[in-house]
Design a protein around this ligand. Structure first.
Ligand code: ZN
Length: 476
């Protein structure tokens, strides 16, 4: 059923129909959205109290009603802050979630949820969410109704942070196999998307024909001025427009999702699309976690929904400014509590300074991407994908090579995949790249060049420029 006509309705009509329809489906997103907005007006002291209360309630529930936490015999000490209590909980790794899935389910749902294959009898009660699994092994978690509604409210807030509040139409350059399948089978999703004013662009593939199709969709919607996108996909589109000397589409703002926004990409996106870029941080299993505000000096953590910590290799809290492993606690998911969940990203908390935008939510200074997005030099140093992109960028001739991907398969073994654009000069450009990469990884690095016709995306559908296939030990 084609329901695109819905997107032509006035914003106010779309918004009220959206909340009405959600309510009919059993969702309480309206309540969560009102509550989320109320939290944005809290002073720092009020916010601390509200977070303490919400986090404390979750931890007390988990330690009594969730087997994996009950066995630890954890109990809150008199006078202890919720954050202090939290620090006595173990770090929850993906491996633990996979191995002890059923023990993470609260007693109230023990009969209904026994494995990642379980299905809810009433559709809105809870749902099993599988992560893309950048390492190839998907992890399944459960989101209950409150978690899903809070997550959706968080996403509406992300749009507001990025300059296109609820009701404003936007393009969504997105794609994962799972999303695509869901879109194909669900009229409900299409209706909700149109009510939100979303114009989809499929980022699952990025062949030249796909990129041209995106541009034609964009130019056929001259009144849509905002873009929500996988940052890699947006950067691919921007490079394509520039390399092919095409007419540049312009956006008022761009929400960059699902990847690290490097300074190079921010500059590229700003230059090509004449747009303000907002870095948004989130994941499928943790929903939206944080987003940059108009001050562009860090990402505000979504305090109503998540509690974020940054810890070192020993699990000790890192002070602001010091990079460590990011741990996320979901505050609404009582059915399957994710407490101190190690999401796999490295990041840095910002200091407690007041943000000029006025929002009291604490900030993450930056997110440095996944450990498996980093590559290892022969002397054991981890270097980020941004640095690698820089090394490739300085010697890559984009007139000759359209797309590339670098994969590390061993300490000194790399595969450089590329899609050629022209033959003349290609050989010597590949030699320059070898030299640049050897500078980054050490003279012993072996770099195999491999010509391909398509760069395979990861299982989650994200284009990946840098892949580390070496088995890295996961610390707990
Ligand atoms: Zn701010």
């Amino acid at each position: 059923m084609n329901c695109n006509w819905l997107s032509a309705l006035p914003a106010s009509a779309r918004v009220s129909t959206y909340f009405l329809l959600q309510a009919l489906l059993g969702s309480r997103i309206g309540r969560h959205w009102r509550e989320f907005r109320a939290w944005t007006h809290l002073s720092p002291a009020e916010l601390n109290r509200a977070v303490d209360q919400r986090l404390g309630a979750l931890l007390t529930h988990a330690s009594g009603a969730v087997p994996i936490y009950r066995e630890g015999g954890l109990a809150r000490w008199p006078g202890e802050s919720a954050a202090g209590f939290l620090r006595r909980f173990p770090v929850l790794t993906r491996a633990t979630v996979r191995e002890r899935f059923a023990e993470l389910v609260a007693d109230s749902h023990r009969e209904a949820i026994t494995s990642p294959e379980s299905v809810s009898r009433r559709r809105y009660d809870w749902i099993v969410v599988k992560t893309g699994g950048t390492t190839g092994v998907p992890t399944a978690v459960v989101h209950d109704a409150a978690c899903r509604d809070a997550g959706r409210a968080g996403r509406l807030f992300s749009q507001q942070m990025c300059g296109f509040p609820l009701g404003t139409r936007y393009f969504r350059l997105w794609g994962s196999e799972q999303d695509l399948l869901q879109q194909r089978e669900s009229t409900q999703r299409a209706v909700l998307r149109n009510l939100l004013g979303e114009v989809p662009l499929n980022a699952f593939r990025a062949t030249e024909a796909d990129l041209r199709r995106h541009l034609s969709t964009i130019f056929s919607h001259p009144r849509v001025h905002h873009l929500m996108a996988y940052v890699d996909a947006a950067a691919s589109l921007a490079s394509f427009v520039e390399d092919q000397h095409l007419v540049h589409p312009h956006f008022h703002s761009l929400m960059a999702c699902a990847g690290t926004v490097t300074p190079e990409w921010r500059e590229l996106l700003g230059r090509v699309f004449q747009t303000e870029v907002f870095d948004k941080y989130g994941s499928r299993e943790c929903t939206d976690i944080a987003c940059e505000c108009s001050a562009h000096s860090g990402l505000h953590i979504y305090s109503p929904n998540v509690f974020v910590e940054v810890v070192d290799d020993l699990g000790q809290a890192c002070p602001p400014g010091v990079t460590g492993r990011i741990l996320v606690t979901l505050l609404h998911n009582f059915t399957f509590p994710l407490i101190r969940y190690e999401i796999g990203d490295m990041g840095t908390l910002a200091g407690p300074e007041h943000c000029p935008c006025g929002l009291a939510f604490p900030k993450i200074e930056n997110v440095q991407g996944r450990k498996d997005d980093m590559l290892l030099t022969s002397d054991g140093m981890l270097i980020t994908s941004g640095v690698v992109r820089h090394f490739v960028g300085v010697s890559l001739n984009r007139e000759l090579i359209r797309e590339w991907q670098l994969e590390q398969t061993g300490l000194d073994a790399f595969t450089f995949r590329y899609i050629p654009r022209q033959r003349g000069g290609l050989e010597s450009n590949l030699r320059d790249l070898q030299t640049a990469l050897k500078k980054a990884f050490g003279a012993g690095a072996e770099i195999q060049a491999q010509e391909v016709t398509e760069i395979p995306p990861s299982p989650s559908g994200k284009a990946r420029w840098i892949i580390n296939r070496m088995n890295q030990p996961t610390t707990t």
